[in-house]
Design a protein around this ligand. Structure first.
Ligand code: GLC
Length: 450
């Protein structure tokens, strides 16, 4: 009797242990690197803390596929090089995704919803983490973060929060973005302070120093139109969705903002095809010396100074965007790093992600790529400050801190689609600004009720 009870207790322990191991495996998802699994102890030690040097020695060669949108700055190559030098057993194959964030998004969704493992690590727009986490496309990072003692307090809190969903960290902040105003310092001494001043100056200065346009911006029907529209709407005092989750986009402020956008895209100082302009078109035209003013993200400072591409080296300054009635507003953008849940190499993928979003990787992205770090310490770093004076400028840091986020909602892609359609129709003259504001209101409300 005694023996049997002991035996049953023993059995119970075994069963529990098996269940725990199975759960662990499940939680790790496809986290086990099968190529490295030939011996249990090796696989076990791999997930435990191990110094980097130790980890390098005996490992098999692994090739990771790292995907991101078009990078015109050359920073990604340098980042990959620096990583491979430190981790000779990991090779990074680069997969270029479309420059249009919405198109990249759709391609990732297609891949991940069929559980494809063709990509290991990828850059994710700051608006994706909640959706990707909910859909189970990506790996939770907490166990890696804890194991390797990554100090999440070293990052700007907003950028960490953007990668957190349901109390778990799904993405590591790579760089943050805020819309900025570029101007030709060989043409003007000081940039316009309001949208109305911009309209006046752009018309007046167009043609100076061989320019063709006064102003260029992102006005195509895609995600970038929304980041732009939010800048106009917020600068006139409007909002899309308020703190209590009410849709408040149908307002006199929104109408005024859309009318200002209409005035600009219909003016003679923008290119005829401004409604096809995304970031890349803006960048190409600006660095070829074709425009006096431009709206873009900080990365364009790198391209503007690139001797091999730019005709305006030394003639470009950056300022805050012009103000509306309510002041100045920049949209909050940025990119995070994520790991495909179905990667066959979670350990190596994490190594790369950790490097890319850690101080060394972010320094390369800041210096070579011109994009703003999410690690606060880098704003005090001499090399970063010397290479990128913008990041040492308190006005820019304030712009980053006050940047306006896009509506935070699990159905954000739908909200964005509605806005893209309605604002585009106003810009092409197919409806008035009032109609655009009303339609956005009813359609976003409907989408949120579904
Ligand atoms: C930039 C921003 C990103 C935004 C995109 C829009 O890449 O960082 O957040 O969605 O522009 O085009």
């Amino acid at each position: 009797m005694k023996l049997t009870r002991k035996f049953l207790a023993f059995l119970l322990i075994i069963v529990l242990a098996v269940v725990l191991v199975a759960c662990g495996d499940e939680e790790d998802g496809q986290a086990d690197d099968t190529s490295n699994n030939d011996n249990q102890t090796e696989a076990e030690t791999e997930t435990e803390s191990k110094s980097e040097e130790e980890a390098e020695g005996d490992e098999e060669q692994v090739t990771l596929v790292y995907a991101r949108g078009l990078d015109t700055t050359g920073a990604s190559e340098k980042l990959v090089q620096a990583f491979e030098e430190k981790h000779p057993h990991i090779k990074i194959e680069f997969r270029e995704m479309p420059a249009d964030t919405g198109e990249s998004h759709d391609q990732y969704v297609t891949m991940f919803s069929s559980q494809s493992s063709e990509i290991d690590v990828f850059d994710a727009d700051v608006i994706w983490p909640a959706e990707f986490a909910q859909a189970n496309y990506i790996l939770e990072l907490d166990r890696f973060i804890e194991r390797d003692g990554i100090d999440m307090d070293a990052y700007f809190p907003g950028t960490v929060a953007a990668g957190n969903y349901n109390g778990k960290q799904w993405a590591m902040p790579k760089f943050t973005d805020a819309g900025v105003f570029y101007y030709r310092s060989d043409i003007v001494d000081s940039p316009p302070e309001t949208w109305d001043e911009l309209i006046e100056m752009a018309a007046e200065l167009q043609g100076e120093e061989g320019t063709e346009f006064g102003y260029i911006m992102q006005a195509a029907q895609y995600e970038g139109l929304i980041t732009g529209a939010i800048e106009y709407i917020a600068s006139y005092g409007g909002q899309i969705i308020d703190e209590d989750n009410n849709v408040v986009v149908d307002s006199p402020e929104t109408v005024k903002a859309i009318e200002k956008m209409q005035e600009i895209v219909n003016s003679d100082f923008v290119p005829d095809n401004i409604l096809n302009f995304q970031e890349v078109e803006t960048e190409n035209a600006f660095i070829e010396g074709k425009s006096v003013f431009a709206r873009n993200w900080p990365y364009m400072q790198a391209s503007s100074e690139d001797e091999s591409r730019s005709k305006v080296v030394g003639n470009v300054e950056i300022a805050t965007l012009p103000a509306g009635d309510a002041g100045v507003a920049s949209s909050l953008g940025g990119w995070m790093g994520m790991i495909n849940r179905y990667t066959e190499h979670p350990e190596e993928a994490w190594e790369f992600l950790k490097f890319m979003t850690g101080p060394e990787g972010q320094k390369i992205t800041a210096i070579e790529g011109g994009s703003a770090p999410t690690l606060q310490e880098l704003y005090e770093d001499e090399e970063v400050k010397n290479a990128r004076p913008l990041f040492a400028n308190p006005e820019f840091v304030a712009t980053l801190e006050n940047a306006v986020p896009r509506p935070v909602s699990p159905i954000y892609p739908e909200v964005s689609d509605i806005m893209q359609i309605e604002i585009s129709k106003a810009l092409t003259g197919d409806q008035t600004a009032e109609e655009a504001a009303k339609n956005m209101q009813t359609k976003i409300e409907e989408a949120m009720q579904e």
